[in-house]
Write a protein that binds this ligand. Structure first.
Ligand SMILES: [Zn+2]
Ligand SMILES: [Zn+2]
Length: 434
């Protein structure tokens, strides 16, 4: 009865194409009933954060919970990753849900009873460890979703793969890690994943709100270095050498024309930044070499390729024109976090139904990055942002992610549990209807 009423009102609200799973009421009830437990988990993870590829205790707790639910569990995937497989009672697609598990080398300053006092040795420095990006909430939300969905296992039209991923913030130096390594180790295969969903809590978005963007939603990040080799000489006799400093200055200016002259900025923004430049030792010596390093942010694959090509062309050709030589190295870090457009359009109705139409907003692309993007390169994926800021607080005064004062109101997690659970069952409903 209640469901019929709800469907009628939704049709009038303009969601006529929106197909809602009959499991939605059950999801809401079950999620609400386990909310205190989810908050308790989150506070425990918050108090005991672990850095990327070192999420040993975190993984143990996750695996124990999944096993207690009767979920098939695989551990040690991509170092410390945990993968759970929940086979529904009915045939259907394979939906993957992902949560990242790593904390950061940040010393917590927030005065809460579950404050982290964990310290570690990080690249030779003693630092605090903190869940300063909110991944503790992601783990707890996904553990909650696992409990909700396994309680209705017999009615599920398909399979759910729970991916608890290490090292989203980057693996320690010299190690592989994160989404990329899990994919390499086959996390998207056996059974093959049809679609993947993920979320990120946000410290500057109010609890109860959801932000999303179809297409490019977070930037691709690359690292580059340029070594300019000239010919060392006396500073008073520049004609007898090749000056890599003047050449580098020309290269730095030349690189500015990539964004301003070579890219169609009506399509997407882009950034090319030189962050460091080093060369020379004394005022009257023209050095042999100058080294510079920088970062690239793009949101469009064609622009991404073009920026790489232009950096190499500009640097090598300017150097050549000066009689110098430029060695360009570009390292691809994270690809664009790209929300599959048909999937996003198909599923946003679910988010609006769960959060309330006015609480789901289109947001601009962010120049930060997410390694969820690696999953999206392989399968259609949808990644959205969940409010974690106390209601009524001014976002301008709320601390940013990765800072010692970063704070999440954990009452925001319930909406995350309901959203991911509903996205899963609604997706299954849509795919089995066709
Ligand atoms: Zn982060
Ligand atoms: Zn994060």
């Amino acid at each position: 009865m209640r469901r019929l009423l709800l469907l009628t009102s939704l049709t009038f609200a303009g969601f006529s194409s929106f197909s809602q799973s009959p499991l939605s009421t059950k999801i809401d009830q079950k999620s609400k009933s386990i909310e205190p437990k989810i908050i308790e988990w989150r506070r425990d993870f918050h108090q005991n954060p672990e850095l990327g590829n070192r999420e040993f205790k975190t993984a143990e707790k996750i695996a124990a919970h999944l096993k207690s639910l009767g979920i098939e569990v695989q551990t040690g995937v991509g170092h410390t990753g945990v993968v759970g497989l929940l086979k529904g009672g009915k045939p259907g697609p394979v939906v993957a849900l992902r949560a990242d598990m790593d904390g950061l080398p940040v010393t917590e300053r927030v005065d809460v009873p579950f404050k982290s006092t964990v310290t570690t040795d990080y690249n030779g420095q003693k630092v605090g460890v903190m869940h300063a990006c909110g991944h503790d909430t992601h783990i707890s939300i996904l553990m909650g979703v696992a409990e909700v969905l396994s309680s209705m296992k017999g009615d599920l039209k398909g399979t759910v793969k729970f991916i608890f991923q290490p090292a989203e913030e980057g693996a320690p130096e010299g190690e592989e890690g994160g989404a990329k390594l899990m994919i390499k180790e086959g996390v998207l295969e056996n059974p093959k994943v049809d679609a993947i969903f993920g979320l990120h809590i946000n410290s500057q978005t109010e609890v109860g709100k959801i932000g999303y963007k179809p297409g490019a939603t977070m930037a691709a990040v690359d690292f580059f270095s340029i070594d300019v080799k000239g010919k060392q000489t006396h500073g008073a006799y520049p004609w007898s050498g090749v000056d890599p400093i003047v050449t580098s200055a020309q290269i730095v200016m030349g690189l500015q024309t990539i964004v301003s002259r070579n890219l169609d900025l009506t399509k997407a923004p882009a950034v090319v930044t030189i962050g460091a430049i080093n060369g020379g030792i004394r005022q009257n010596i023209i050095p042999e070499q100058v080294k510079m390093i920088g970062t690239i942010r793009t949101f469009d694959e064609d622009m991404h390729v073009k920026v790489h090509k232009r950096i190499t062309e500009i640097a090598t050709n300017i150097a050549e024109s000066a009689g110098a030589k430029a060695d360009v190295n570009i390292g691809i870090l994270y690809p664009v976090t790209y929300n599959d457009i048909p999937l996003t359009e198909e599923m946003v109705g679910t988010l609006k139904d769960v959060a309330g139409k006015d609480n789901v907003k289109l947001v601009p692309a962010a120049s930060g990055a997410e390694d969820f993007s690696f999953f999206q390169q392989k399968v259609p994926g949808f990644f959205f942002f969940l409010g974690g800021m106390p209601v009524g607080k001014d976002p301008l005064t709320a601390s940013a992610h990765h800072t010692p004062d970063f704070f999440i109101d954990d009452s925001g997690m319930l909406l995350g549990v309901r959203s991911l659970s509903r996205l899963t069952v609604d997706y299954m409903e849509k795919k089995t209807k066709k």
